[in-house]
Design a protein around this ligand. Structure first.
Ligand SMILES: *[C@@H]1O[C@H](CO)[C@@H](O)[C@H](O)[C@H]1NC(C)=O
Ligand SMILES: *[C@@H]1O[C@H](CO)[C@@H](O)[C@H](O)[C@H]1NC(C)=O
Ligand SMILES: *[C@@H]1O[C@H](CO)[C@@H](O)[C@H](O)[C@H]1NC(C)=O
Length: 350
């Protein structure tokens, strides 16, 4: 699917790119490879832009499927910031031209609202008049920069009615093709698991599952373990469909606790894809220093992920050590037992 609505911003500054954005292009990978892009400048220098273009130019096939530009904050004066500056600051000019060129290659470019700095969702949680006031600048930013979706990273208390109101309004204003994702900590997608959002994700999925394209579940900071298939599968066992659950990973140890080396992640991905053909994909926090290429070639992370997922899906099994094979067998039986126990419990309370 391609987004052909031409933004006012693009028409004004990049008229030559407009036809390219509407040309058809294909992203080769059919599992999601999501990249968060927050550090847009090297060394905090307003002139040292960290380019996204190698993601679409370094190889004939494009590996990344979604780029999430982070983080949008709604300010108390009813304006929005991208990180510490307004989105039309000149330091972001290259961010928006890169974004348009990625879209021209079929990559979905979205915004990410919230994250660790709290306040945006509190401001969207008031009465109708207050909601309108704080929603307006967010709405304008999405339209001005042609964002194709919004990732809701709710790390502060937000009401269920508040998140439902926001989702419904985004769909109403930008159409059904506008993509909504959320970024809960992984445990929030298991029954009784901890969360940072205040509302219950099972209630949200029940009420607005049809409007949520996927969840970028954070398997780090102690809220989920990406070094084994267990926590991901616990989410599926509790009822979330695999194609909606994206495994969120840190891309370098300095980006947060819970980093898993690519060597250790490879067999986990292999198992997840082999066991769950509809595996929802991976998300990386964040782009600028992603391993294995690190600062010099951070785009290699997306290619590495796409290659490994594709190989696993094609059944290219690498030799699995006998002990690992045995553990997988034990986990599989354990899963079946747990699922049955939960079913009995649900039937009992129903
Ligand atoms: C950032 O700083 C490092 C270390 O001082 C330097 O090697 C690098 O070239 C700088 N990067 C940019 C893009 O200015
Ligand atoms: C949300 O509210 C609860 C109690 O009302 C509080 O204990 C908790 O710290 C809050 N969480 C966040 C992330 O602000
Ligand atoms: C998570 O969400 C629920 C709502 O289901 C809330 O009651 C609970 O206190 C939240 N907070 C934590 C830290 O898990």
């Amino acid at each position: 699917m391609l987004f052909c609505k031409v933004s006012t911003w693009m028409a004004k500054f990049m008229p030559l790119l407009v036809p390219a954005v509407c040309a058809s292009a294909a992203v080769a990978n059919d599992h999601r490879v999501v990249v968060y892009y927050q550090t847009t400048q090297a060394n905090n220098s307003a002139t040292a832009h960290i380019s996204l273009l190698p993601l679409v130019e370094s190889a004939p096939e494009v590996s990344v499927t979604h780029v999430l530009i982070a983080a949008i904050h709604i300010q108390d004066d009813a304006t929005v910031h991208l990180n510490n500056e307004p989105p039309d600051h000149t330091m972001f000019d290259a961010v928006w031209t890169d974004a348009a060129q990625l879209q021209a290659k079929g990559v979905t470019v979205m915004g990410m609202l919230g994250g660790a700095a709290a306040g945006s969702y509190r401001r969207l949680d008031g009465d109708d008049a207050s909601f309108e006031k704080f929603y307006a600048p967010l709405h304008d930013m999405i339209g001005n920069y042609n964002l194709q979706g919004l990732d809701l990273d709710v790390e502060e208390n937000f009401s269920l009615n508040g998140v439902v109101r926001l989702i419904d309004r985004l769909k109403k204003d930008f159409g059904n093709d506008f993509i909504i994702s959320l970024a809960p900590v992984a445990s929030a997608l298991t029954e009784g698991g901890g969360n940072l959002s205040g509302f219950n994700y099972f209630d949200l999925e029940k009420q607005r599952g049809g409007s949520v394209a996927f969840y970028n579940a954070q398997f780090y900071y102690g809220w989920g373990d990406a070094s084994s298939a267990r926590d991901y599968e616990a989410i599926l066992d509790d009822g979330f469909p695999a194609d909606k659950v994206v495994m969120g990973l840190v891309t370098d140890p300095s980006n947060g606790g819970g980093f898993v080396s690519l060597d250790d992640e490879a067999p986990v991905l292999q198992e997840l894809v082999a066991e769950n053909p509809r595996f929802g994909g991976v998300a990386g926090w964040e782009y600028f220093n992603s391993l294995p290429g690190s600062r010099n070639s951070p785009w290699e992370w997306a290619a590495w992920m796409a290659d490994h997922i594709r190989a696993a899906a094609a059944g290219e099994r690498r030799e699995i050590p006998t002990t690992e094979k045995a553990w997988r067998g034990i986990r599989k039986v354990g899963r079946r037992v747990r699922r049955e126990a939960k079913k009995v419990y649900r039937d009992y309370i129903a």
